[in-house]
Design a protein around this ligand. Sequence first.
Ligand code: SAM
Length: 304
Amino acid sequence: MRAARGTARVAVRGHRRDGVGRKSTTREPIIQEPVSSESTAPEPEATRRDADVAESSRANRGWWDRNADEYQTEHGTFLGDDRFVWGPEGLDEVEAELLGPPDELKGRDVLEIGAGAAQCSRWLAAQGARPVALDISHRQLQHALRIGGTIPLVCADAGALPFADASFDLACSAYGALPFVADPRQVLREVHRVLRPGGRLVFSVTHPIRWAFPDEPGPEGLGVSASYFDRTPYVEQDDEGRAVYVEHHRTLGDRVRDVVSSGFRLVDLVEPEWPSWNTSEWGGWSPLRGALIPGTAIFVCVRD
Ligand SMILES: C[S@@+](CC[C@H](N)C(=O)[O-])C[C@H]1O[C@@H](n2cnc3c(N)ncnc32)[C@H](O)[C@@H]1O
């Protein structure tokens, strides 16, 4: 995984690289070999600076297209091909039931946002739901095709959902889109629009407190090194100053206000504790840090 370079920051699921190198899938790839751009390209510079909606979207589409293979190789086994895991702690929807009891998922139209290889959607389909998996990255969705299933896949930006009003009963996102967008309210308003009255949105993001700490899994990741209140985005940029990766920080209060001002009612905020069975590291998430500070925040919201 890519270690934090230059700035004390938070990395989302999969951004850092630690070479766990597990093979994710049960099927042979049906897609072409990736073009490796990272091995030859100069290392981008990590900094904190503004990045607007368009720059963030363009940068992250490119980053996830270039890094989807590595993400799925590294984390595919932990995620499982057809499990619904909310974050590096390993909280599984089977036990969490944040979308409601599994037997009530049958027949529900569900939108998964920032679906990656659509592992969560595959689990939802197995419960009898009708998921649609949306992601900005074409390469991530190619991994969804490689793993298989009959879930509709949509390549689009979460800030402009290509669906009619009131198309879905439920929406969910496990670290998809919301950590990366410059205007999370635009995404939330879009989700509100495509949900039917009474619908539910559940999404997980990096716990905002992590932005105050270095993104390191070991003891060096335990000391406050930056202001929690500094909302300046984390940006990696190329040698011409073009962003190639962007993450946006919102404080916990910001996230609550984003949810409420977009028309949702916040019914729960889940901070999964690190379970004793989970001995694995995922970027800056580790058993050591997980025992002391939260790593994931999950927002459970209702569209009245
Ligand atoms: C950390 S991965 C999570 C993927 C999947 N939910 C999982 O749990 O493995 C973040 C995903 O969000 C997607 N993403 C980032 N920005 C997005 C946007 N603006 N709209 C839609 N998807 C986006 C990325 O392409 C990537 O697949």
